[in-house]
Design a protein around this ligand. Sequence first.
Ligand code: PEP
Ligand code: MN
Length: 297
Amino acid sequence: MRGLNESWQDRFAETPGVLKSAWHQQTVVPVLDFEIGGSEFITVAGPCSVETEAQLLATAHSVRRSGARILRGGAFKPRTSPYSFQGLGLEGLKLLDRARQETGLAIVTEVMSETDIDLVAEYADILQIGSRNMENDSLIVAAARSGRPMLLKRGLVATVADLFRAAQIALDNGNSNIILCERGIRTFETAMRNTFDAASIALIKQISHLPVIADPSHATGRRDLVPAAARIGVAAGADGLIVEVHPDPDTAWSDGDQSLDFEQFDAMMLSLAPWIALREGEMRAGGACDLDAAEVA
Ligand code: PEP
Ligand code: MN
């Protein structure tokens, strides 16, 4: 079998549907008029939370000019503190819809509860399953059955096998339009918000047919480290990035410390361009940036 040696087959034997096979080397997820996991590197950008119409629309226009294809923004927010801002809910979804109409960007937003799935699926092009819900099987089943593509974020303490298990549940419920996301994991290192497991991106590209994107914002928790972590994500073989951007990060209602302002995002995209061009060369040539596993074995 091309691209997957026996030991990986054994290690991930519980989730065979997620692994590459002789007949399936890469899943391509269609979104509006483009694809994730195809030959184009896709950048998702936007605020952690949808706050106001002015905040969201200004961000949408700015990130689009800088090269983003998808707007992110939470309308339903999982928060560390129950007393923090929980999101605008339906009002936030309507603002995201407005931003899509104005800019042509696709929309990804988190769904936290099974009871919200129909509503969120009505407005979003991609349903985000957040890290805190990666092991919420009933939410994943319901999201999968909505038929919308899913962005599945790796859990805070989830192994790659755990992430694959969540993806397998979506596959088993008829949805193969799954994008995985490495957003950092908890380790003994506390200098940064999380530990960016960039090698997991290389591993996922080597053994799975699902596209994977890197989240340098949650992975580091610090805006000064976001461009470097983004570059590492591209070099590791990601199919895209998801980056938090805010008009005035210091006043953001959530995750301001890790959000870039418009200028910083634009500068990052410019500095990433040669790296993305290299990555897209590999994507056009057929996927993973590394040697074929069969050649390495
Ligand atoms: C987010 O994308 O803002 C978010 C809450 O991410 P995660 O689930 O990875 O913490
Ligand atoms: Mn966030």
